[in-house]
Write a protein that binds this ligand. Sequence first.
Ligand code: MRU
Length: 348
Amino acid sequence: MQTNHDSIRAINWRDDRLFLLDQRILPQSYTEIELNTATEVAHAITDMVVRGAPAIGITAAYGVVLAARQRYAEDAGNWKALIKTDMQQLAASRPTAVNLFWALDQMQALIDGLEGDPFEPLKAAADRIMQEDIDANHTMGELGAKLIEAGSGAVLTHCNAGALATGGYGTALGVIRSAFAGQRIDHVFADETRPWLQGARLTAWEMVQDNIPVTLLAEGAAASLMKQGKISWIIVGSDRIAANGDVANKIGTYSLAVLAKYHGVKFMVVAPTTTVDMAIAHGDDIPIEQRDPNEVLGCGGNRIAAEGASAWNPAFDVTPAELVYAIVTEKGVVKHPSKEAMLAMMNA
Ligand code: MRU
């Protein structure tokens, strides 16, 4: 299916129903799955049908809409009590992306003040969360692109922080799209991103749709790429940013940041303020999801590791603020992030 960033939508509400693009099988197959309950939505998040911090939050918001419709139909007088288990199930779907908890908090606050049929107001709130995310991505795209000098050549990204990981346009890929359109960069290197291959499958697909030249590499090749002077920036997204500017993102991001420092490559993190968790003082306190070892022991569902071997499979790591050149949010750019600078940006 030929598309472009304006039409890539991982989350689609149509005809009063929720559809998710199944990101586990992209780009081989462009298939949507219909979801009808909060349980189905929670499983879809855990199982990576939908992934990426902002997309997880938006999907959970629509999960609340589905749950409210079901619970109100079951017992209109008691739906607010019944929906609590749905909220818990959604909250337990993945632990690291704070956008999930932010979105559920937004929906819960609305529920607390509702009277009568909750469907329309909750659906409007979920639509708003999605639209505000898309708007934030366009703002960040411009802010981040302005940091990149014209003629900067190639940049490197990790995982997928694109339209598929958000409401649309993307965070890191939003900056890359804007910088490419403004002729500040001309090429993207994408880490393949084991074990789920978000770089190879999703980022490469998005770039090809937009005619942005993209070259894949195994994560282990990134050091040589930097040593050869082939990239000017590393641009990534985030799942949670602590109050001091420490950044949780896809496993492997921390190694890239260390390498960037050594090679004098600038490191940019692009994330909406819904990804900032001012209640967490330090990156060490960010909960890091541990996933099934089989994801590392095999590839594409086939076992590749020696029988008897075990695997360690953290889905995310934390990059210390001191390795980050700039955090770009829709509220502004924080250069050399610190607790004070993060607070000033959040209060702006
Ligand atoms: O495990 P995933 O695919 O959900 O991990 C996604 C990432 O690490 C992204 O970089 C992050 O969520 C930012 S998405 C705009």
